[in-house]
Write a protein that binds this ligand. Structure first.
Ligand code: TXA
Ligand code: MG
Length: 327
């Protein structure tokens, strides 16, 4: 099939879900809400469909994709779970956790979705629309965040269309995603579980189940990062991002958190507060939308006040550090 000229907006009802499932099963790309961010879905078992994801996003093909499933039973058909993987899945699925595990020899996930790796990334999302869609499709659905590669992840259907209008068949509109940052990615490959990407499940929550802190990622060579979340520059708005700002320069936009106000904030050309009460969950839910909105103000620089790293603050700081990385 060819790239569709117009992207359809599907209602979050039975008809919209049936259409979304039919499009996926015919090899088309459909963006859909998860509790973290919108995913750009394709039938993970169909290499031609998966190839369309890389084309639509302009994503490098060495970056493997997450395959989404409706439940643990379906995930067990695709991956080999050791004891820690099993405990984490039982504790946090459905939810914002991705497990990287050895692929089952009989896994249907295509090599392209796995970027040729012997491992596979699996996730069981909790969002009711994602759950319903995955049950109807009955196959693993590969879905990276539904943004152009390197850009800010989408937390509402309008963000998806801003980046991918005309490049994908449809978006299932499920309004704002509640968590707002991507899933936590943990690799369980025989050794100690490794935290590859902080996200919607906090380090403290992982520790409570594992009985210890997850290990750091293994060093990877620069040509082959463990995944796109590991690339230095990612989640980037058009504007430059300046972190831990304690003073605002005239003309900068400012991203606030809590009640502290940096010097000069009154001269900012635009200001948004991620959470006036200083709540990390609220801040995570607003983060990507706020970056898009401040970008739209036209400011050359977005200055971000210091954000504490506890709870979801670790994932927020990770995304902001990548948004601020040299491009
Ligand atoms: O919340 C999320 O995870 C969203 C929603 C749509 O589910 N998806 C998402 O996908 O963020 P993406 O493609 O933007 O990020 C995929 C991440 C990479 O950063 C990488 O760390 C990891 O998944 N990954 C996938 N396959 C892997 C593998 N075989 N080995 C190591 N890491 C892998
Ligand atoms: Mg992404």
């Amino acid at each position: 099939s060819t790239v569709p000229a117009a992207t359809r907006r599907l209602d979050p009802d039975a008809a919209g879900l049936a259409e979304a499932a039919a499009l996926l099963l015919s090899g088309e790309l459909v963006a859909f809400p998860t509790e973290t961010v919108y995913g750009l879905g394709a039938d993970a078992t169909d290499p031609a469909a998966v190839a369309r994801i890389f084309a639509a996003k302009e994503r490098p093909r060495f970056n493997p994709l997450i395959s989404h499933l409706p439940d643990l039973a379906a995930a067990l058909a695709e991956g080999v779970f050791d004891a820690p993987a099993r405990r984490l899945a039982e504790a946090f699925w459905p939810g914002p956790l991705t497990l990287v595990v050895p692929a089952q020899p009989a896994s249907r996930v295509s090599d392209l979705a796995r970027a040729g790796l012997p491992s596979v990334a699996l996730r069981v999302p909790a969002h009711p629309l994602a759950q319903a869609l995955l049950s109807q499709v009955g196959r693993p659905v590969a879905a990276p965040s539904a943004n152009r590669s390197g850009r800010v992840s989408p937390t509402r259907a309008a963000h998806v269309l801003d980046d991918l209008e005309g490049r994908i068949a449809a978006v299932l509109d499920g309004s704002d995603t509640p968590v707002g940052v991507e899933s936590t990615v943990v690799a369980c490959l025989g050794g100690p579980p490794r935290l590859l990407r902080p996200g919607g499940i906090t380090r403290a929550a992982l520790r409570a189940i594992l009985g210890h802190d997850p290990a750091a990622p293994e060093a990877v060579d620069a040509d082959r990062p463990a995944g796109p979340g590991m690339l230095a520059s990612h989640y980037a708005p058009r504007a430059r991002v300046r972190l831990d700002a304690t003073r605002i320069e005239p003309g900068e936009a400012v991203l606030l958190f809590g009640t502290s106000r940096p010097e000069g904030h009154a001269q900012a050309c635009a200001a948004l507060n991620l959470s006036p009460v200083g709540n990390a969950e609220e801040a995570a839910a607003r983060l990507f939308g706020a970056l898009r909105d401040l970008d739209a103000s036209g400011a050359a620089t977005i200055a971000v006040v210091p954000i504490p790293s506890d709870g979801l603050g670790e994932a927020i700081r990770d995304r902001l550090a990548r948004a601020a990385a040299p491009r």
